[in-house]
Design a protein around this ligand. Structure first.
Ligand SMILES: O=P(O)(O)OC[C@H]1O[C@@H](O)[C@H](O)[C@@H](O)[C@@H]1O
Length: 289
């Protein structure tokens, strides 16, 4: 197991590579603290577009971009500033079962001059073991007034074929359908499949959500995040995106954990930790499906 730091070279940005047990690994760009690769048993679990910009000119199209302090459009640029800021690496080490890296982001002159001008500290820990990846952010209000925000981990899961990907754990949950502009729609299905442009915010999701495909399942456990966003641009929207291949919508599904249907409010000095634990379950090991 190891931690390796790769410095800037020929247009490629600084990143950290974590190597864990049993052919597991993760790669995190300092730009946006974006996880761009997660391998478990040697197999890539995240999708990054072949057209993604990896030079810091825009948020990475794929992996796990971090949305903060604003989900979607609004007073700030789309999805806020965290995914396009350079985060500070503050720690990384091998431990008993795996390896972790920790990044920090604080306010700066630019954010203090923005429409969200507060002082904050975010501490982001990415922890890798043989079959899990945990991504947890500690949000701290270091200002002397209350603030609120929305936040999300915009995970792009790689799937062999979108037709065989199934999301479970959303039955009976109410969602806002951003494509059809409909609110409070009830999910009737146990197994949600995607076969069109979908952009849905499921709010107050009660339990564990999973993405299954081809004999494997990724279980998504949330900590302190209330909502799940389900997104796939499908063919038409994909064609409009300059950093996404026309056919790549068939290889990915975004299942994003966050609190976006309501806001997280913190008073001065208050801290909240939120995140996800992703676990691979397959027919080939003890965690049988
Ligand atoms: O293109 P962006 O800014 O990365 O956003 C991608 C998508 O992110 C999702 O979280 C939103 O619900 C979608 O509306 C949005 O299109």
């Amino acid at each position: 197991m190891s931690v390796e730091k790769i410095n800037n070279s020929a247009g490629e940005l600084e990143r950290i590579v974590l190597k864990g047990p049993k052919d597991s690994s993760a790669e995190i760009y300092v730009f946006g603290a974006t996880v761009t690769s997660w391998k478990s048993r040697g197999k890539e679990r995240l999708f990054v577009s072949t057209k993604a910009k990896l030079d810091g000119s825009k948020a990475v199209r794929g992996g796990i971009p971090l949305v903060f302090p604003q989900f979607g459009p609004g007073a700030l640029p789309q999805h806020g500033f965290a995914r396009t800021r350079r985060w500070e690496l503050v720690g990384a080490a091998v431990h008993g079962e795996g390896v972790y890296a920790r990044f920090e982001l604080t306010d700066n002159e630019e954010t203090r001059a923005s429409k969200w001008p507060y002082k904050f500290v975010l501490q982001y820990t990415i922890d890798l073991t043989a079959t899990t990846l945990s991504t947890i952010i500690k949000y701290e209000n270091s200002d002397d007034c209350d603030f609120d925000f929305t936040a999300l981990m915009h995970t792009y899961f790689r799937v062999p074929q979108i037709d065989c990907a199934v999301v479970t754990g959303l039955k009976d949950v109410l969602y806002a359908d951003k494509v059809k502009s409909a609110d409070n729609v009830k999910e009737e299905r146990d197994a949600v499949k995607i076969n069109a442009n979908e952009d849905r915010v499921y709010s107050n999701v009660p339990g564990v959500v999973s993405v299954s495909y081809g004999g494997e399942r990724v279980q998504i456990r949330r900590f302190n995040y209330k909502d799940i966003v389900l997104w796939n641009p499908w063919a038409e929207k994909a064609a409009e995106m300059s950093d996404f291949g026309d056919d790549e919508y068939k290889q990915m599904i975004c299942v994003e954990v966050g609190t976006v249907a309501s806001k997280i409010r913190l008073s001065p000095g208050q801290i909240i930790s939120c995140g996800q634990l992703l676990t691979i379950e397959s027919n080939n090991d003890d965690n049988k499906l």
